[in-house]
Write a protein that binds this ligand. Structure first.
Ligand code: NAI
Ligand code: MG
Length: 359
């Protein structure tokens, strides 16, 4: 029997609550499936670790993670540690060092969920945002001089490489090709950003000729927000830069019902390094410790992890169980319900248990 080694990094706040729930569900799924096993190893890295050791993860942390088949990540962010330290020290450090350049963020309206947007049919909102995850606006280049003085200067440089742009756009074309609509929208801002974004557009036009079966169009990012709200059905897969996709995917999550249900995969498609799977949301300090965090995003994230591992029938079984639980409206407060994290998790495990044979 195949055994996958999974590194669990719950992190801070509700990260610890939703990852515990996700592991419980994954374990009942593996038991039900019978064809594979999961071995979790826990890493207590995060803001508390930082307060004790002065770093978000140990110096050899990346070496420790390298042998794993996947990383299951919660969230980081606490009141005691500045956000740019917690984010760069752990999540961005892993994403960039493991060349997880493709960040895949599906959004759709799950059965039973009332989205804030009036849709003719739930299927009208069914998107995948492909986010460039290794460079762009989050390359980390720039600096500050004359700190604290009136003449202080700060720069934040967006870096676009032909290599980086080509690989993410090809990835998006390949993904779009596998979806029923086969449509890919390039998100850009080449009217105002006349260097990097113009190259981004040119490369897209060139690659599009290799994918005649994929229908393409191009939107400025500001107009794209409007189209997501007003004509959701006209969109399928979107490819966008690190910053643009970061913003659009929170919008996509909210439009599909709640930030608490949105999953994401940080992929190293060449599989030279482990990929990392996490809910989109942060540590949600406003509700941490109350036992009411929505674990659905973390469960859907597990579906993406299983797909990456090649366990497609288990992934389908888990997605089916998630949809069954949302249909029966066992909801945490963010979705208008009164269920706890534990109650949703128990409902999920029950749905897995009750699912028939091999999916
Ligand atoms: P957030 O995503 O933590 O929360 C935004 C709002 O959504 C809050 O009202 C929260 O209660 C709600 N929410 C989020 N996830 C939920 C869930 N699963 N169930 C129910 N409600 C949920 O974003 P915020 O408040 O801007 O950031 C909090 C901290 O998290 C900050 O320190 C930030 O830097 C960090 N953060 C970390 C991320 C990561 O680790 N990948 C991503 C985003 C933020
Ligand atoms: Mg974000």
């Amino acid at each position: 029997m195949k055994t996958y080694k999974i590194a669990a990094i719950p992190g801070d706040g509700i990260g610890t609550e939703v990852i515990a729930a996700g592991i419980e569900v994954l374990e009942s799924l593996a038991k039900k499936d019978g064809g594979f096993a999961l071995r979790f190893e826990h890493f207590d890295w995060g803001s508390n670790y930082y307060l004790k050791h002065g770093a978000m993860m140990p110096a050899d942390g990346l070496d420790q993670l390298k042998p794993f088949d996947a990383i299951y990540f919660g969230a980081v962010g606490s009141k005691e540690v500045p956000d740019h330290i917690s984010l760069w020290g752990l999540r961005l450090n892993i994403c960039q060092s493991f060349d997880q350049y493709a960040n895949v963020r599906p959004a759709r309206v799950l059965p039973g969920i009332d989205p804030p947007l009036k849709l003719a049919a739930p299927a009208d909102l069914d998107w995948v945002i492909v986010r460039e995850n290794s460079e762009g606006e989050y390359s980390g280049q720039g600096g500050r001089t004359h700190r604290g003085l009136p003449e202080e200067v700060a720069t934040e440089i967006a870096v676009f490489t032909r290599h980086g742009v080509e690989r993410i756009q090809r990835f998006a074309f390949e993904l779009a090709r596998k979806r029923p609509q086969r449509r890919l929208t390039l998100i850009t801002k080449s009217n105002a950003q006349r260097h990097g974004m113009v190259m981004w557009d040119e490369i897209f036009a060139r690659i599009a000729t290799d994918y005649p079966d994929v229908q393409t169009d191009k939107m400025l990012v500001d107009a794209a927000t409007m189209r997501m709200v007003l004509k959701p059905r006209s969109l399928d897969v979107m490819v966008a830069t690190n910053l643009h996709a970061d913003i659009l995917s929170d919008l996509a999550a909210a439009l599909s019902g709640s930030l608490g249900i949105a999953p994401t995969a940080n992929l190293n498609p060449e599989r030279k390094f482990p990929s990392m799977f996490e809910p989109i949301h942060g540590s949600a300090l406003d509700i941490a410790g109350q036992g009411i965090a929505n674990p659905i995003g973390t469960f859907w994230t597990a579906v993406m992890m299983l797909q990456h591992l090649g366990e497609f029938s288990a992934a389908a079984r888990l997605m089916g169980a998630i949809e069954q639980v949302t249909s029966s409206r066992v909801f945490t407060p963010d979705l208008g319900g009164r269920a706890t994290t534990a109650k949703v998790t128990a409902a999920l495990c029950h749905a897995i248990e009750a699912s028939r044979g091999h999916a």
